[in-house]
Design a binder for this molecule. Sequence first.
Ligand code: PLP
Length: 228
Amino acid sequence: MLTNFAEIKKEKDEKCAELGRKPEDVTLIAVSKTVGLDEVAVAISQGAIDFGENRPEELCRKAQAFPDANWHFIGNIQSRQIKNIVPHAALIHSLSKIDHAKKIDRTAGEIGKVQKVLIEVNVSGEESKSGVSKEELPAFLEEMKELSNVEVCGLMTMAPIEDEAHADLPSADEVFKRAHDLLEATKSHAGENFRELSAGMTNDWPDGIKNGSTFIRVGRAIFDPKLF
Ligand SMILES: *Cc1c(COP(=O)(O)O)cnc(C)c1O
């Protein structure tokens, strides 16, 4: 029932110092999707404030149990689940369809909320991955401007799995650099709050920090006892 949150937080802050980033500019999200309420409570006792979930039911359950934490939705969005996500999510990281954006906008409007979102981008060239491409992003953002109950805060991306089957794909370092370049290139015609980059997981979070990440999403290194 132990968690490794305190240790990973320390490593994150040290990595920031090493790479010339301010520790407070990089938020460590504890991805609690594989654990229960007890582990979340322990992580909170170690200083965790931000948590990530990829299933709406778990997001609801945990956010209701720990309403003072910030709950991030990082999973695939399904249209019929949006009504269960919006009331609980401080930030939705995985928006990649304009239909979902419209439904999030309606749902947020109904409960008097402005929902913060990140747009998931696919900059690795992996065909199987969801995410808006670099080419599609300007038009996507243009359509988002119509939606007054949604605030686009930046981009999220995922690196390819690093194994032999993916050997022809770019490294996490390269993918995160591309996402950061895209964020910078897009800043001028997106809103002033468009500045977040969610990139980096257990295997590659230092590459995220190196490339301007403002959120890293770490699950196994914090919650899988085999790794600590
Ligand atoms: C599970 C998950 C994570 C955390 O992955 P780990 O490898 O356990 O750190 C981060 N982001 C997303 C979108 C996930 O689904």
